[in-house]
Design a protein around this ligand. Sequence first.
Ligand code: HEM
Ligand code: HEM
Length: 166
Amino acid sequence: MSLDKNNSQYSKIAKLFHWGFVILFVYGVTKQVEDINQLQDTDFFRFEIIFAIIFLFLLLIRLIYMKKTQKTSLPEDVPKAQKIVAKIVHNGMYVLLFSTVLSGLLIGFLFWLDITNGILIEIFVSVHEVVINLLYIFIGIHVIAAIYHRLKKDGVWSSMTFFGKD
Ligand code: HEM
Ligand code: HEM
């Protein structure tokens, strides 16, 4: 089958969303809450909540934009199973990104209600942590797949990058 790179390209806005979110996500992880007691600090707490709300809002806009205007750059002739797996990983990352930020906001909501310890908060913190660890796994698979396409030079890598042809 031909690898004639007739696959679609993502728009500039799509690329901006994709790479902007990589930066935003890395930033979110590096400035993560390390100890739940940090949330007692009002300024820290406020910043965390504002960051999470902006993240949530942008993610929603990205999702709507991507689903309404863009399509995958996977070549038509790849096996059906590969198309399905790509879809699961992409949609899975959206689900996990939403779950990360929503579980974080739920923890924040409990704190705001003065529920700062106990079983409820423990459950939400555990959910938050499990979701983030699942997200790391999905991102790992996604990056390995991206490198695979880079090596295969089938146009998928370059559909989401700003420079270069392959
Ligand atoms: C986009 C938003 C967020 C990202 C990317 C994020 C990321 C993270 C990461 C990477 C961890 C460490 C998980 C682990 O060690 O396995 C963590 C833990 C945690 N996060 Fe978030 N988080 C977000 C939003 C929030 C919000 C809004 C709150 C609450 C106001 C929050 C509260 C917590 C707490 C309490 C922990 C556990 C800290 C501990 O180990 O005691 N997070 N978060
Ligand atoms: C935080 C890390 C990342 C997340 C959450 C993420 C998420 C996504 C999502 C959801 C898509 C589907 C299109 C969309 O809805 O935007 C996508 C496509 C893509 N990503 Fe990422 N990505 C990440 C990092 C990376 C990295 C580091 C690379 C390259 C090494 C990469 C390369 C690609 C490529 C080539 C596509 C196009 C795939 C296709 O059309 O089937 N991504 N990414």
